[in-house]
Design a protein around this ligand. Structure first.
Ligand SMILES: Nc1nc2c(ncn2[C@@H]2O[C@H](COP(=O)(O)OP(=O)(O)O)[C@@H](O)[C@H]2O)c(=O)[nH]1
Ligand SMILES: [Mg+2]
Length: 361
């Protein structure tokens, strides 16, 4: 097989893999957030979406204890999140939007606090039978900070048996209440785990794109996009036993182009609300290729490492694609004119991407 042929195979494989993983660009996502008043549902929603403290999407704390009504957050034309004590409240609403919602709930996030309360079981069971996926969150775990470490495990175990569930996500979403003292830092815990659980489920359903689009924090959004491209590249590499940067690094035969263009366009559209052309990314990818020429040595090294070649290829692909992704993010964040980038600009962006990657785990 010629290099040219393996490039073509790789490119085809990658595109197929990516499209298989997120094929339904026009799908919608419905999420129900269920829990009694004051459990921190609005706070959790803000935290999961990555809202800044002074820019919450869902109002927190204000008039807590009085509102028992269904609150709907229509985040865009594809994502609807409904927040209420129980699904029965949604049923009573009886509007066209809630009726449609009830028929198509993807994820139910069930929020509890404190020690077990047997009256919650009925609400949880009701939710469970109406949705494809439930996530149980034990919020306000900071209230146990002054207790022995085992106290939290104990409460988690009690909730597990009270609700009859295997998994509970402990969390803290403190800091969005406008009446909280400004000097007090925010306290967010367990939020990434909940967001990842949502994304993993949606990804399996081919529906993560609409959810990623509504995330408020640019870095979180970019991280999720880059991660999904990197995993597509890894799967392709493992299947074909190659990495995207090997072979003669000429501008037009480069597999890198397919990845850089798709990922670059997605980052610009979904993170920066900016439309970019494939041709711009071709220019960027060709510039990057020169810096990746050294990756050939990675392959040489890989043959000396006593593990399966495909595992090394997959890992190399993840690192490469993540570096490219963060470099592209940096270029977009700086507002760069992609057509006018010099080799130095691209080199600097790649360095930035590499450093960022190594500093974040
Ligand atoms: N201590 C603590 N307070 C929290 C936490 N999450 C939310 N709160 C507070 O609980 C109150 C109610 O929160 P809110 O999000 O409005 O609850 P909701 O009624 O379920 O939407 C507010 O004062 C929040 O700041 C948490 O994890 N720990
Ligand atoms: Mg609320």
């Amino acid at each position: 097989m010629t290099d040219q042929q393996s490039f073509k195979d790789y490119e085809k494989g990658f595109v197929k893999m990516y499209e298989e993983k997120s094929p339904k660009f026009d799908s919608s996502v419905n999420i129900a957030l269920i829990g009694t008043v004051n459990t921190g549902k609005s706070s959790l929603l803000n935290a999961i979406l990555g809202c800044e403290r002074d820019k919450p999407l869902a109002p927190v704390g204000v008039k807590s204890g009085v509102t028992t009504k269904v609150t709907a957050y229509r985040l865009d034309d594809r994502v609807l999140i409904i927040d209420c004590p129980g699904l029965d409240d949604v049923r009573k609403e009886n509007s066209a939007e809630t009726k449609n919602f009830l028929k198509n709930i993807d994820i139910g996030i069930f929020v509890v606090i404190g020690s077990t309360d047997s009256s919650q079981k009925a609400n949880y069971d009701d939710l469970k039978k109406s949705v494809k996926k439930t996530i149980v969150v034990l919020n306000k775990i900071d209230e146990l900070d002054d207790h022995e470490k085992e106290a939290l495990d104990e409460v988690v175990a009690q909730w597990k048996s009270a609700l009859g569930t295997e998994k509970i996500f402990p969390a803290c979403a403190k800091g969005y209440d406008p009446t909280m003292r400004k000097g007090k830092p925010m306290d967010l815990r367990g939020i990434d785990e909940i967001r990842d659980e949502i994304l993993n489920f949606l990804q399996a359903e081919g529906k993560e794109t609409p959810f990623i689009r509504i995330l408020r924090n640019k870095e979180i959004k970019a991280h999720k996009i880059i991660h999904s491209y990197a995993s597509a590249a890894a799967v392709t590499s493992a299947a074909l036993g190659t990495v995207p940067v090997l072979g003669p690094v000429t501008g037009d035969s480069l597999i890198l182009i397919a990845i850089t263009a798709k990922m670059g366009q997605s980052l610009s559209r979904d993170v920066f609300n900016r439309n970019t052309e494939v041709s711009h990314w071709k220019h960027v990818a060709a510039g990057m290729a020169q810096f990746f020429a050294g990756a050939l040595t990675i392959k040489a090294l890989a043959s000396l490492i006593p593990i399966y070649g495909s595992a090394v290829n997959a890992a190399t692909s993840v690192v490469t694609v993540e570096t490219i992704g963060w470099a592209a993010y940096h270029l977009l964040d700086e507002g760069s004119d992609l057509d006018k980038l010099s080799k130095e600009d691209i080199g600097k962006a790649l360095d930035w991407g590499k450093n960022l990657k190594s500093s974040s785990k």
